[in-house]
Design a protein around this ligand. Structure first.
Ligand SMILES: Nc1ncnc2c1ncn2[C@@H]1O[C@H](COP(=O)(O)OP(=O)(O)OP(=O)(O)O)[C@@H](O)[C@H]1O
Ligand SMILES: [Mg+2]
Length: 567
């Protein structure tokens, strides 16, 4: 065939003129300019949105964070080290989406919803945007329902409502995680879905948390989102937003969810690392300028929706770790100012045996009061004040000066209240039991019992109520209220129990001598008739458990008591 150059030229001209440039949008595709440390600089994706997902080779996903004049800075998820310069990048036009749904319940997943446990695939059908605009004020209503933690010290003095944001703050190893886990366990049979987001913790710790929850039957309505310490910073950065999106799935169905972010200090550190690699200018403590926005946009998503919006709630319990109790550092002050109150845990209190180690003076719940159960309100209204006064007096009494009887009485009451509020971990209590313990203290019944025996007394009291007066406990638990008749019935049971248990002091607060208390009679009938002849009764009620230290303490007390009796 003969080739005519003119013909070819005219064909080419036709083709070029007819080219439809609109159908091929070159601004949607770019190339990698530079890559390293899980960060890519991309040229060419002109219309890219902030926080948009980008498609890279080898199934790597990018998240556009820096939109600059001639390039886009993105963090990468997945095997980013396989990506090299000049690789093609495609826009997806979508913001980051997280798989959500009931299928995730009972599972341990990474922030992108992929399973980290060995329970098989998760077949979710729905997704939600990781970042979601928090509902405005017209879509909200005040916090009114209680979110019970099952911890006496919290539910009585720092009540948390559904939809509230309450910060748990304290040094390392002060029991922050324990509070969160106890709250999940306490809600195992309620309608609250719990999402525990572990950021920057060791994977073994996270697995341990999961095992604890499983042992306590609390994993069925719980999702654990883990971004362990060895993960890349972008994954840690994503984790709380992913957890929040999973919670919002339930929230917008009119259900109730609780998100625990453990902890946001490590989250901020991951964000700082990312920002520095993206060459954003460092500010105070080298955090980027928008680190406040990082946490505020997350915590603003906690909400109690209005009834028109379904009335669902999302409660947030962020955790912050402080250094040497310094709550005025940058991240702690930020998060304190974003939340509706804080539970402040102190190492000193922890080591002195207060569990949970809550500093009542600096802890507060600014909106939960309306959400407290009526029964608890009735018995605990004075508690905060009494305890704060006790702490002040205690510091004062250390100087060893002579104290007037009134002060001594306040000190004695305070000591017993602290003891009554102590609670072992993994043992959350229903409302009725909490109310009983606190009522026994605030109404003065514990004043007749020695501080060391308070825990034992309360244990006995509650088990007796369970066997003899279960209706009363059930009534309080169901109604959340304490009617006057019930209060009287409770008072009567406690009084009876004090007599049967064997009080150490009479009604005026004078120590009882041997033989005057039922307990002594009981003991004489019992196992150790010989052990305490010639001694006063003090300290021997629990002699089985008492070590040498206790004995010498008991002796000292006996002397004191004698002195008191002669005076
Ligand atoms: N109420 C409690 N009763 C007894 N032990 C407790 C109680 N609360 C916490 N603990 C113990 O104290 C230790 C620290 O608790 P936890 O891990 O909850 O602290 P944390 O502040 O989360 O620590 P980290 O800073 O390492 O995350 C644990 O060994 C835990 O068993
Ligand atoms: Mg912890």
């Amino acid at each position: 065939m003969e080739i005519n150059p003119d013909e070819i030229a005219s064909i080419l001209r036709e083709r070029i003129e007819g080219l439809d440039t609109d159908s091929a949008d070159l601004s949607e595709v770019g190339t990698v300019l530079e890559i390293g440390d899980g960060i890519a600089r991309i040229h060419g994706v002109d219309n890219c949105m902030s926080l948009e997902m980008l498609e890279l080779p080898h199934d790597v996903v990018g998240l556009a964070l820096n939109l600059e004049e001639d390039n886009v800075g993105a963090v990468l998820f997945g095997d980013w080290d396989k990506v090299s310069e000049d690789d093609t990048v495609k826009r997806t036009g979508k913001l980051l989406e997280i798989p959500v749904g009931e299928e995730l319940l009972g599972r341990l997943v990474d922030p992108l919803g992929r399973p980290l446990d060995d329970k098989g695939d998760i077949n979710t059908t729905e997704t939600r945007s990781a970042e979601h605009k928090a509902p405005g004020v017209v879509h909200r209503q005040p916090v009114v329902e209680p979110m019970q933690t099952g911890l006496k010290a919290i539910d009585s003095m720092i009540p948390i409502g559904r939809g509230q944001r309450e910060l748990i703050i304290g040094d390392r190893q002060t029991g922050k995680t324990a509070i969160a886990i106890d709250t999940i366990i306490n809600n195992r049979d309620s309608d609250l879905v719990c999402i525990y987001v572990a950021i920057g913790q060791r994977m073994s710790t996270v697995v341990q948390v999961m095992e604890t929850l499983e042992e306590n039957g609390a994993m069925d309505n719980t999702i654990i989102v883990a971004a362990p310490a060895d993960e890349a910073a972008p994954i840690k950065y994503m984790a709380p937003y992913a957890g929040c999106a999973m919670g919002e799935h339930f929230l917008y169905q009119g259900k109730h969810a609780l998100c625990i972010y453990d902890d946001l200090s490590k989250h901020a550190a991951a964000y700082r690392q990312m920002s520095l690699l993206l060459r954003r200018p460092p500010g105070r403590e080298a955090y980027p300028g928008d680190v406040f926005y990082l946490h505020s946009r997350l915590l603003e998503r906690a909400v109690k929706l209005s009834d028109e919006e379904g009335g669902g709630s999302l409660t947030a319990l962020p955790v912050i770790e402080t250094q040497a109790g310094d709550i005025s550092a940058y991240i702690p002050t930020n998060v304190i100012s974003i939340t509706d109150g804080q539970i402040f845990l102190e190492s000193d209190l922890f080591y002195s045996g207060v569990r949970p180690a809550i500093n009542v003076g600096t802890s507060v719940s600014r909106v939960g009061g309306n959400a407290q159960t009526k029964a608890m309100k009735k018995v605990a209204s004075q508690l905060r004040l009494d305890l704060s006064q006790y702490r002040e007096l205690e510091a004062f009494a250390q100087f060893g000066s002579e104290l007037d009887p009134e002060t001594q009485k306040q000190l004695a009451r305070g000591e017993r209240m602290v003891e009554a509020l102590n609670q072992k971990e993994r043992q959350p209590m229903p409302v009725a039991e909490q109310v009983t313990s606190i009522f026994a203290g605030t109404a003065g019944y514990l004043d007749r019992i020695k501080t060391e025996r308070v825990t034992e007394f309360l244990g006995d009291l509650i088990s007796r109520l369970h066997s003899e007066n279960k209706d009363l406990l059930d009534r309080i638990n169901e109604s959340g209220d304490l009617s006057d008749e019930d209060e009287q019935a409770l008072a009567k049971s406690i009084e009876q129990m004090v007599d049967d248990f064997g009080p150490d002091f009479d009604e005026e607060g004078n120590p009882l001598e041997e033989g005057e208390s039922d307990r002594v009679t009981r003991r004489e009938e019992g196992e150790e008739p010989e052990s305490s002849s010639g001694e006063t009764e003090s300290g021997d009620g629990d002699s089985g458990k008492a070590g040498d230290a206790d004995e010498s303490e008991a002796d000292a007390e006996a002397e004191q008591e004698e002195a008191g009796a002669t005076a």
